[in-house]
Design a protein around this ligand. Structure first.
Ligand code: ADP
Ligand code: MG
Length: 249
């Protein structure tokens, strides 16, 4: 579904993504791990069009999408959430998701068909599936941090993606919120069959859901493999823990 070949991105001479590669098959849950500053967010920005690669290919369903604007990439079936929550704070939970649904359905505001009545059942379905239906009328800015991160996922789902990209979905969450997010990701992958690509520092979460893990260091891909291959890779052990696999236990 997604294949990144030798992607490069530099900022004023600093190479943030340095020949990285990655592949994601349909239906897979793939994690990207690596220390802060490894280039994970930059890589995601290259996939979703927030940034344009200097070199390399980003193939989505065999089409090179590198350099397309974010809205076109979104229309092709890739949605994402951000490391830093990105929602309309003053709108309700319902309205935030409804806008995404309307935008996906390409419905414009129309005198004869008030926008408020559009996409109601679809929006309710999404809020129901992520557990936010009881908070549909709440002003989004007043939600807890954990609920805001989940709302961002719901907004991403409004675009009916084939590939969902999550940048640190549990950053700043309590253990309960993290557990809930993990179960939600399992549900999205299992019941809804979504393909998920995410990056995350919580190794317990990574190893409990990802069937494939890509490890990034200084902008490059060290390895991409199944959890056991990654745990047993010497370079990964050195990068992470000075030569032991303790942190993966
Ligand atoms: P990660 O998400 O793995 O923590 P990032 O992709 O955010 O890493 O950043 C990788 C490197 O690129 C970091 O050193 C960061 O400071 C740098 N970087 C990211 N975005 C920019 C930017 N817009 N301008 C300059 N440097 C950037
Ligand atoms: Mg990041």
């Amino acid at each position: 579904m997604l294949r990144i070949e030798a992607a490069y991105k530099s900022f004023d001479g600093f190479i943030a993504v340095n020949g990285s590669h990655l592949s994601v098959e349909k239906g897979e849950v793939v994690a990207v791990i690596g220390p802060n500053g490894a280039g994970k967010t930059t890589l995601f920005n290259l996939i979703t069009g927030q940034l344009i690669p200097d070199k390399g290919k980003i193939l989505f369903k065999d089409e090179n999408i590198a350099g397309l604007p974010p809205y076109k990439i979104c229309r092709k079936g890739i949605s994402r959430s951000f490391q830093i929550v990105n929602i309309f704070n003053r709108l309700t939970v319902f309205e935030n998701v409804q806008i995404a649904v309307l935008s996906h359905q390409k419905k414009t505001f129309n005198l004869f068909f008030p926008a408020k009545n559009l996409a109601i059942s679809k929006t309710r379905d999404i809020l129901d599936s992520v557990g936010l239906i009881d908070k549909a009328g709440h002003i989004s800015g007043t939600l807890s941090h954990g609920d805001q991160k989940v709302l961002e996922m719901a907004i991403a789902l409004g675009n009916k993606p084939e590939l969902l990209i999550l940048d640190e979905p549990t950053a700043g969450m309590s253990p309960e919120e993290t557990a809930f997010t993990l179960s939600l990701m399992k549900k999205l992958s299992g019941e809804l069959g979504l393909t998920i690509l995410f990056c995350e520092h919580d190794m317990e979460l990574v190893f409990s859901i990802a069937r494939k893990i890509m490890v990034m260091q200084q902008g490059s891909t060290i390895i991409q493999g199944n959890p056991d291959e990654v745990k047993n890779n010497r370079q990964v052990q050195d990068a992470y823990l000075g030569g032991s696999d303790e942190c993966f236990k």
